[in-house]
Write a protein that binds this ligand. Structure first.
Ligand SMILES: Cc1cc2nc3c(=O)[nH]c(=O)nc-3n(C[C@H](O)[C@H](O)[C@H](O)COP(=O)(O)OP(=O)(O)OC[C@H]3O[C@@H](n4cnc5c(N)ncnc54)[C@H](O)[C@@H]3O)c2cc1C
Length: 473
């Protein structure tokens, strides 16, 4: 049975490789370079559109658990990420160019995968099974086609990109390398602020000119059953024509810095500019505030301003970011941006095996399914590929176990309370709590997490379908 995969980002290639490695013919569709999105800059498969981090590798953290499960299950993209990791303290960060190249090679060399560089416009059942992994920037005709099938409304909000600075233009006399709390290797460059510098920066930031929403940012069919938390600006319902005063609908986990700054003079110092644990070797003390820079590649010739996504005009960014100590003469290779982000209302639309209730031959993977983040998108692509292969073999797929990180993530998106639904990263909150007697006995949070991880990995191992061809060959 043939499986069609739409989307060559993160979830799509993983799904394609999983299904093909189980002996199924796969047609993989990617619209770039003929048509691009607002955020992609290349025609590459598995392009990381913003940060180059696949999050924490700290043992017994929730992102670590998800990655461990993926490694055990033979995730192809995670194996490639591991193979081109760059130093990033206790996080897994990758050289994005090498990562894309390795994924492309895998796809191109697989005898059962045929690559089609074209935009898919419809979701007619001309394939036996389809995995839709067209991401948060799914093209408009396909969004409309999906809307026609689900009969339900999408959600829409804005997501964001951090600026990147040319390493050779950083004033290294003013900054210092350190890992927070000395955890992991000291791979981050820290730009320390005094109180006066911070105050001046904050004043400039909160009074800077922002970019007006563009026409493509107005999803015509968007309503907002899952409005973000009450503190976030809301997205008004209606057609673009009837929404003259539309406000941006930011995802709380990815707020632009100017928006965070407006929430209080210390909010940035407790968020992306947190100085705690960043001892400056020159003073032996923590600075008043700090901006952290993370290497973009192994050559360390460019650095990402961690958590500095923003919606300011480029000229304003150049002016304000150069107020950061050490970046006075910096050249920015990319400025921050805010983009449309589309995802399904998974609790009402998706089954635990990622099938659309209204069209069980259509599986949804990646950010579009309601998971949030690179790793989570790859993870859901892996599950969709496994489930599609099982369906193609005439089997009824068995959902990932609830105790595992994968099972918890998918359980959350398919069972979340409808009105509050937002895309989810993997966190311990999503995993089932330990039994009551254990909870009472074990007060230490780290120990509880360790036990949750142990339980998750055991359940995951037990559930794993038959082994596939080795992920790393
Ligand atoms: C601006 C932005 C910044 C983000 N930054 C981060 C970050 O820093 N860290 C993080 O963990 N997550 C981030 N995310 C969230 C998320 O992890 C990424 O969007 C991730 O790439 C999602 O993976 P995906 O496979 O679902 O979609 P994508 O990686 O976007 O892949 C979807 C692919 O489908 C293609 N496509 C779309 N429509 C069609 C069509 N009709 N026909 C054929 N192909 C089509 C697209 O060209 C794209 O290549 C960000 C998201 C956005 C939008």
């Amino acid at each position: 049975m043939k499986i069609r995969v739409i989307g060559g980002g993160l979830a799509g290639p993983e799904a394609a490789l999983q299904a093909a490695s189980r002996g199924h013919l796969v047609d993989l569709y990617e619209m770039r370079p003929h048509r691009s999105t607002e955020a992609h800059q290349t025609a590459d498969f598995a392009e990381l559109v913003c940060s180059n981090s696949l999050k924490s590798e700290s043992e017994h953290s929730a992102p670590w658990l998800l990655k461990q499960e993926m490694r055990v299950a033979g995730s192809f993209l995670l194996a490639e990420a591991d193979a081109c990791a760059v130093p990033a303290g206790h996080a897994l960060a990758v050289d994005r160019v090498a990562f894309s190249a390795r994924v492309a090679q895998r796809l191109e060399q697989h005898p059962l995968i045929t690559i089609h560089r074209e935009e898919v416009l419809t979701l007619d059942s001309d394939a036996d099974l389809t995995i839709l992994a067209s991401g948060p920037l799914t093209s408009r005709p396909l969004t409309d086609a999906l809307q026609a099938i689900t009969g339900a409304d999408h959600l829409a909000f804005y997501d964001s990109i951090s600026p990147i600075v040319d390493a050779s233009t950083i004033d290294m006399d003013k900054v210092y390398f350190a890992a927070r709390w000395d955890k992991g290797s000291a791979d981050y460059i820290n730009c320390p602020f005094t109180k006066d510098e911070y105050d001046a920066f904050l004043d400039a930031l909160t009074s800077a000119e922002t970019v007006a929403p563009k026409s493509w940012e107005h999803l015509p069919t968007a309503t907002n059953p899952g409005a973000p938390s009450q503190t976030a600006p809301s997205f008004e319902v209606g057609s673009p024509e009837t929404r003259p005063s539309e406000k941006l609908n930011y995802f709380e986990g990815c707020l632009p810095i100017e928006e965070t700054a407006r929430r209080g003079r210390d909010t940035l110092r407790f968020g992306p500019m947190k100085p705690a644990g960043l001892t400056n070797p020159k003073t032996g003390r923590w600075p008043y505030a700090a901006v952290q820079l993370r290497s973009e590649n192994l050559r360390a010739d460019s650095y990402n301003l961690v958590g500095f996504q923003n919606h300011l005009k480029f000229g304003e960014q150049a002016r304000i970011l150069r107020m950061i100590p050490g970046l006075e003469h910096a050249t920015f290779l990319r400025y921050g941006q805010i983009h449309r982000n589309t995802y399904l209302h998974a609790p009402s639309l998706l089954t635990e095996t990622l099938q659309l209730r209204a069209r069980p031959d259509l599986l949804i993977a990646g950010q579009l399914s309601g998971v949030e983040g690179y790793t989570e998108s790859i993870a859901s692509g892996m599950l969709a590929g496994i489930y599609a292969a099982q369906l193609a073999d005439g089997q009824t797929p068995d959902p990932a176990p609830r105790a595992s990180a994968h099972g918890s993530l998918i359980h959350y998106i398919t069972h979340a309370e409808g009105k509050k639904f937002q895309p989810a990263n993997i966190t311990f909150d999503l995993l089932p709590a330990l039994e009551e007697d254990l909870r009472k006995r074990i007060r230490d949070k780290k120990e509880r997490h360790r036990l949750q991880c142990e339980r998750a990995l055991a359940a995951w191992q037990k559930w794993l379908p038959v082994p596939v061809e080795a992920a790393v060959s």
